[in-house]
Write a protein of this length. Structure first.
Length: 65
């Protein structure tokens, strides 16, 4: 089996708002991290501030922390 590369994550310091599927509202993300998806797109991954479920926000390629 091929080994996967370890993903490099950078933590964001700004207040990021993402839509939570469980709360069905826009909420702030706790500890958002910048991740790179397979085809080079970037996304912020974090947790909902109210219910602590995983949330994700796809951002543009030019997004910087």
């Amino acid at each position: 089996m091929a080994k996967r590369k370890a993903a490099k994550h950078k933590e964001s310091k700004r207040n990021t708002v993402a839509y939570c599927l469980r709360c069905r509202k826009k909420t702030t993300m706790i500890k958002p991290k910048l991740c790179k998806m397979r085809r080079g797109r970037k996304r912020l991954a974090g947790h909902c501030a109210k219910c602590r479920t995983k949330t994700s926000l796809i951002v543009g390629k030019s997004f910087k922390m």
